[in-house]
Design a protein around this ligand. Structure first.
Ligand code: DX5
Ligand code: ZN
Length: 217
């Protein structure tokens, strides 16, 4: 199979221990950190924003940080997130009336661009912007909460994207664990976010290693 990267989501970790939890995941073999930023408007939940990410960056200087921006105004947080040391800024097309503008601003700020799709949004919403993005995120749950059930029907979108864009980075996020990762890999995802399946495990390193075997095997 494809080479894949595994990026745990810290959303369901003990956030009072964000640094230690993040470091533990990186020590367990995580390739990057998927940081879920929620503003209470785009999704009915609040997590953390750029001040927290900036503090985390002072503790963890070398890991790749992706922020998954579940916010209504993605253009508003580009500069603060770049300043906080974010490597990739992934935002939702549903919130954005000028996607090319936001893509350009993110790049000018020195970050990679990710475009995210909620489950109800079809690939046609991003198709015209794919050449401006580094990655497409196909959500496999409704954004807002960790620990939800994987939506298998989203694999059609992943498959279509992989068929048409062989070199594109395609990420899946939501309900991905040992029993669902194979479907993601078969459909063509190469960036795998996993929250509760990794965080809740007794040995996160073992889960990450097993995931890698399944995807690459
Ligand atoms: C949902 C978040 C996901 C989520 C993943 O809104 O974007 O990143 O935390 O957690 P699990 O793997 O538990 O669904
Ligand atoms: Zn996420």
């Amino acid at each position: 199979g494809l080479m894949c990267k595994i990026g745990p989501s810290v959303l369901n970790a003990n956030l009072a221990e964000l640094h230690n939890e993040s470091q533990r995941l990186l020590d367990s073999g995580a390739d990057y950190l998927h940081l879920d930023v929620m503003d209470g408007h785009f999704v009915p939940n609040i997590t953390f924003g750029h001040p927290v990410v900036k503090c985390l960056r002072t503790k963890i200087t070398d890991a790749f940080f992706e922020t998954h921006m579940m916010v209504t105004k993605p253009e508003q947080w580009i500069e603060p997130m770049a300043d906080a040391g974010v490597d990739q800024y992934t935002f939702h097309v549903e919130t954005c009336n000028d996607v090319p503008f936001v893509c350009r601003k993110v790049k000018e700020a020195g970050m990679k661009v990710g475009l995210a799709l909620k489950p109800g949004t079809g690939v046609e919403a991003v198709q015209q912007y794919i050449d401006q993005a580094d990655m497409i995120l196909v959500m496999t749950v409704e954004p807002g909460f960790g620990g939800q059930k994987f939506m298998r029907d989203m694999m059609g979108k992943v498959h279509w994207l992989r068929q048409n864009y062989p070199d594109l980075d395609i990420e899946v996020d939501g309900g991905v664990g040992l029993s669902t990762i194979e479907a993601c890999a078969e459909a063509g995802a190469n960036m795998i976010v996993s929250g509760t399946a990794v965080i809740g495990a007794e040995d996160p390193g073992k889960v990450i290693a097993t995931m890698r075997d399944i995807v690459e095997g």
